[in-house]
Design a protein around this ligand. Structure first.
Ligand code: ZN
Length: 151
């Protein structure tokens, strides 16, 4: 790394605030879940480091859901922060977008175009289709049990 002229504070700001992994676009985030993970991460041993010492190493996207992999710059501990709670009682964000698209009568291409206009990457077309099939199976099952309306 090139030496920076100036005070140690500039050096610290450069090293701790410079993005290590470039991100672009927007994401759909369960904001309370996301913030809770950061707040609950607290400080960790052996150097009592905090989330402020973490640098983003990688983003793993699964459709609209992302997991951010952070590494502590001081002790190399790895921490993952998720944008969506897969264990949540509500549908995950990927099932939700497919259900929403189906509800308003649009398909993958229109859904992708809509999200592209706001710079949010969508899942691959085959993943979308797979979720549509799973959703259709669930709806048929619930209709058979008269637990939801008949379409
Ligand atoms: Zn650490």
């Amino acid at each position: 790394m090139a030496a920076l002229p100036g005070s140690p504070l500039l050096y610290i700001l450069y090293n701790f605030c410079a993005p290590s992994f470039p991100l672009s676009g927007r994401r759909v985030v369960d904001i309370q879940y996301f913030m809770d993970q950061i707040i609950k991460s607290g400080n960790h041993a052996p150097f009592d480091c905090s989330f402020l010492h973490m640098e983003l190493m990688k983003e793993e996207r699964r459709g609209l859901a992302s997991t951010y992999i952070f590494r502590c710059r001081l002790c190399n501990i790895i921490q993952k922060i998720h944008t969506d709670n897969a264990d949540c009682r509500d549908a995950d964000v990927n099932t939700g977008i497919v259900f929403g698209a189906t509800s308003i009568g649009i398909e993958y291409s229109q859904c992708n175009e809509l999200l592209t206009t706001i710079n949010v990457p969508l899942m691959a077309a085959n993943t979308f289709a797979s979720k549509e099939r799973n959703l259709a199976t669930v709806i048929q099952h619930l209709q058979a049990k008269n637990e939801i309306w008949q379409l």
